[in-house]
Design a protein around this ligand. Structure first.
Ligand code: G6P
Length: 339
């Protein structure tokens, strides 16, 4: 499929290819338009008014709306849409490094590079009901190779499901020709929009071990019930379950995250003091956001030349009573560990 001109719908994929390739949906549909500061973004429109937006800058999802046109992701009112600053909010992609777990800039460089639309991605098994999606690709520039000397292809598919679910599938391939493996850490740094952080709880991470970034990455075990928020938090939960729920009591809304290929989950809220110190974040905005970030942090992923890794995140927003108390952390944990 050729990239569409700005502000016009993409042409339908070749019907013959769709008919023969059961792994690809039939009629991908998106629009490419100008976003903030003239940066290009892709609009995905689903049925019943569901929608999503993805900037080519960072391959960053910056909007996900339900059928009432309510925004489900948080983007700061002070977000800077100007390279090399990463956009504050939505779903930044941390690659090839999460946080300060290495020598690269914080969270790696994928989030502040210009990605391109991938017209001809390798087949990807997908729900045939998904009609609205886009494939993006990042390959390292000569400058990138100087700071991280590995050749790779990073393909990201962002898809909007028939019920408004949003999924992100990353495929990272080692294309080194010198026989060298590489290792990386990774996260979907998802910023959720919440009514009031003090009314929110997270289910699925209780009893998990975590590394506390506020205590020199020391390891602890989470105690007690669901996680609630009263102060700054910056924890990497290890071998977290494949399903995590964020329950927003005030909004009567539950976000359900399903992750594959990503053992860990980072939970972050900067709270008032750090919020004030961030140039691209409003002073009181910490009350209305929570980051829960499916990730691979503790054990870096290693790929030999020719090998490919896949990491997937699926998000849904459902009425609140749906999930509360229904996640069994131990069961989910065993599933995550493949036991
Ligand atoms: O300001 P950024 O580079 O986007 O990072 C924002 C936050 O991301 C993650 O959640 C890390 O665990 C935090 O330590 C970090 O402060």
């Amino acid at each position: 499929m050729a990239a569409p001109p700005p502000s016009s719908p993409s042409p339908p994929a070749a019907a013959a290819a769709a008919a023969t390739q059961q792994t690809q949906p039939q009629t991908p549909f998106y629009e490419l338009v100008k976003g903030n500061s003239g940066l290009e973004k892709v609009l995905l429109r689903g049925t019943r008014g569901f929608s999503a937006e993805v900037y080519l800058y960072g391959a960053q999802v910056t909007s996900w709306k339900n059928d009432h046109a309510e925004e489900l992701l948080f983007v700061s009112s002070k977000a800077i849409f100007k390279p090399p600053k990463a956009i504050r909010g939505g779903i930044p992609i941390c690659f090839p490094q999460f946080g300060t777990h290495g020598n690269l800039e914080q969270h790696g460089f994928a989030r502040n590079r210009l990605w391109t639309i991938d017209d001809n991605p390798p087949p990807l098994p997908v729900n045939p009901a998904i009609k609205s999606f886009v494939d993006l690709i990042l390959r390292p520039s000569d400058e990138d190779l100087k700071i991280w000397p590995h050749s790779f292809e990073f393909r990201l598919r962002v898809a909007l499901g028939p019920n408004g679910d949003l999924s992100l599938t990353s495929r990272i391939r080692n294309t080194n020709t010198d026989g060298r493996s590489f290792s990386y850490t990774f996260a979907y740094h998802t910023y959720f929009s919440v009514s009031d952080i003090s009314e929110v709880r997270v289910e699925g991470l209780e009893t998990m071990d975590y590394l506390d970034n506020l205590k020199g990455k020391e390891r602890f075990t989470e105690q007690g019930d669901a996680i609630v928020f009263e102060s700054e938090i910056d924890k990497v939960y290890l071998a977290a379950p494949s399903k995590i729920a964020i329950i927003d009591h005030e909004k009567k809304r539950t976000f359900v995250l399903t992750k594959e290929g990503l053992p860990d989950a980072v939970v972050w809220n900067p709270w008032d003091k750090k919020a004030k110190a961030m140039q691209d974040f409003g002073d009181g905005e910490y009350k209305h956001m929570l980051c829960v970030e499916p990730a691979a942090v503790e054990k870096p992923i290693t790929l030999k030349p020719g090998e490919e890794w896949k990491g997937r995140l699926a998000l849904s927003a459902v009425p609140s009573s749906y999930c509360s108390g229904q996640l069994d952390p131990l069961k989910e944990h065993l599933i995550a560990l493949n036991i």
